[in-house]
Design a protein around this ligand. Structure first.
Ligand code: FE2
Ligand code: FE2
Length: 269
């Protein structure tokens, strides 16, 4: 059984809008044709999440199947990343099978960008990691928006924390539409992102190929998100527990992992 976590917002809509938020299923499989080491690794990872979820009644595949069936009751479904645990073909094929023909928005998590011994950079993230998911999600994985019953649902890829100029410009375009925005991303938006403080942290981004301009732009984006009245709240996963953080006064709602059976129901009227 799924465990719904319900949030309600009042925007004065004529008709209520229902959004289903799913995050962090962490599908973890390798095909027999993939290296034996990867198959062992995938089995170990399945065990990690089984333990982290404290021995759930279903596995992540079962919960994702159940959640996508449940999504028929909603106006819009958003999956905020870590759909797959490691970018092995087995994980991708499972996601493809379950999500084929389903309507959903998607933004990647840091685990879509994980594979044994393959270093990640801003340069290689599409070609090496995300292009393998094109069958699962053919649209723009770095930014997507959809107007649902008077609410602007926006999904931004922040799986590497840093925003690009294209994402920044796209957010400005969405704000100019003048509708209330609900912003979805993988990593929770917190006060620490307002400055991306800390040399160690900045060096990690530089090592992945971020420029000083990209870091400054990300800080600008975070300040706009915090200050812009049309952006009502942000929604994320990544931490695997359900809770809240803040970016200035604005709430960042964090949803627990689907591998625990948790789904987010956002009701707006
Ligand atoms: Fe995760
Ligand atoms: Fe994550």
């Amino acid at each position: 059984m799924l465990k719904p976590h319900v949030l309600q917002f009042h925007f004065g809509l004529k008709k209520p809008v229902k959004i289903l938020h799913l995050t962090d299923p962490h599908l973890s499989f390798a095909l027999e044709s993939e290296p034996e080491e990867w198959q062992k690794n995938a089995a170990l990872r399945r065990n990690v999440f089984f333990n982290e979820a404290e021995f759930p009644e279903r596995d992540p595949v079962g919960y994702l199947e159940e959640a996508m069936e449940y999504s028929k009751n909603f106006d819009c479904t958003v999956i905020t990343g870590d759909l797959i645990d490691l970018s092995f073909q087995g994980s991708i094929r499972q996601a493809e099978r379950i999500l084929a023909g389903k309507d959903f928005m998607f933004t990647p998590g840091n685990h879509e960008l994980c594979r044994a011994r393959t270093p990640l950079t801003f340069e290689n993230r599409d070609e090496v990691f995300l292009d393998g998911l094109r069958h699962v999600f053919p649209r723009n994985m770095h930014f997507e928006s959809r107007i649902v019953g008077g609410v602007n649902v926006v999904a931004v890829d922040n799986s590497m924390i840093i925003w690009t100029q294209e994402q920044f410009d796209a957010l400005m375009t969405e704000i100019a539409k003048g509708l209330p925005i609900l912003l979805f991303c993988h990593c929770p938006l917190t006060d620490v992102m307002l400055t991306l403080e800390g040399e160690e942290r900045r060096n990690r981004y530089f090592n992945m190929g971020a420029t000083r301009e990209m870091i400054d732009l990300t800080c600008r984006a975070m300040n706009i998100i915090a200050d812009e009245p049309l952006i009502k709240a942000s929604f994320a996963g990544h931490y695997h527990y359900t809770g809240t953080e803040h970016i200035k006064e604005k709430t960042s709602y964090i949803l627990g992992g689907l591998f625990k059976g948790i789904v987010g129901e956002i009701i707006i009227d």
